[in-house]
Design a protein around this ligand. Structure first.
Ligand SMILES: [Zn+2]
Length: 61
């Protein structure tokens, strides 16, 4: 017998890709048209994330 997971019915909370804060799906900022699609708690985190990505890409190994 498998017991029903009480969490199974609730939708998983999204996590901000930048600050890893839990965000309700309705409040998630999801950029469209970008290569990487993630969820962010706001435009600030999205821009900070983009900056990190760009710096990482420019950094010579
Ligand atoms: Zn965030």
């Amino acid at each position: 017998m498998t017991q029903a997971n009480p969490n199974a019915t609730a939708p998983l909370p999204l996590e901000c890709e930048m600050c890893l804060k839990e965000i309700p799906a309705s409040a998630a900022f999801t950029p469209e048209g970008s290569e990487y699609v993630g969820h962010f708690c706001g435009i600030d985190c999205y821009q900070a994330f983009l900056r990190l990505q760009r710096e990482a890409a420019e950094k010579p190994e």
